[in-house]
Design a protein around this ligand. Structure first.
Ligand code: ADP
Ligand code: AMP
Length: 217
């Protein structure tokens, strides 16, 4: 399946993507994780992206679209993918439409995670991620690691993302409303959007998501 996940920062996209990708045997592609990996490796791309990310702004399309398409070109994405955090504005959505058209394939669904803003703020405030791999995600109250500050998956240090601090979070939510939300109407026009409530336990949300994708038990 070819799926795009949308929802505000902190909605649980990365958390759900880990389970959905495993259940559906498709790669989880997060542009935020790709940028963070570039930052920790000190690449030119990472250096360019960092100032935008720290300010809560989108990284320019010229950089982001090329990075996403490079990742989609890899063999493991040939039979399907779960995109998380891309596309994030109309220009990126149109670029993805063109990319898929050239390949002769189509999206199967755009899964929209709906979470009230006060819950999103609580989720982001308590989020801790792993220094080794930013797809290893925990929460100080809702998803505690077995040992405080240590990743259950790989033993790496857990830390708070620079852009998860309060002032930046407000900016990121504003950017979500002004730049990202319009892609939902873009995909509604293609009859691709399925919206699910993303409140409740992680495994309940996964069950709702699988059912919405027509893969429920
Ligand atoms: P996104 O990728 O949409 O920004 P994440 O998957 O990183 O969001 O989740 C944000 C935070 O909320 C993380 O700390 C995660 O552990 C926590 N979280 C995710 N899903 C739930 C849930 N269903 N209930 C409570 N907390 C959750
Ligand atoms: P995320 O991990 O999805 O919360 O993304 C973290 C940050 O990375 C965002 O606030 C942006 O600065 C940047 N980013 C991630 N994906 C994109 C994208 N598709 N377009 C532009 N910037 C992005």
């Amino acid at each position: 399946m070819r799926i795009v996940l949308v929802g505000p920062p902190g909605a649980g996209k990365g958390t759900q993507a880990a389970y959905l990708a495993k259940n559906l045997s498709i790669p989880h592609i997060s542009t935020g994780d790709l940028f963070r990996a570039n930052i920790s490796q000190g690449t030119d791309l990472g250096k360019e992206a960092k100032s935008y990310m720290d300010a809560g702004n989108l990284v320019p399309d010229s950089v982001t679209i090329a990075m996403a398409e490079d990742r989609l070109d890899q063999d493991d994405a040939g039979q399907g993918f779960l995109l998380d955090g891309f596309p994030r504005n109309l220009g990126q959505a149109e670029a993805l439409d063109g990319y898929l058209k050239d390949k002769g394939v189509k999206l199967d669904a755009v899964l929209d995670l709906e979470v009230p803003e006060d819950e999103v703020v609580k989720r982001i405030a308590g989020r801790r991620i792993c220094r080794n791999d930013s797809s290893h995600v925990f929460h100080v109250d809702y998803h505690k690691p077995k040992t405080e500050g240590v990743c259950d998956i790989c033993g790496g240090d857990l830390y708070q993302r620079e852009d998860d601090r309060e002032a930046t979070v407000r900016k990121r939510l504003e950017v979500y409303h002004t730049e990202t939300e319009p892609i939902i109407d873009h995909y509604k026009a293609q009859d691709l959007v399925v919206t699910i409530p993303a409140l409740g336990k992680v495994d309940e949300v996964t069950r709702r998501a699988m059912a919405a994708l027509g893969k429920g038990e």
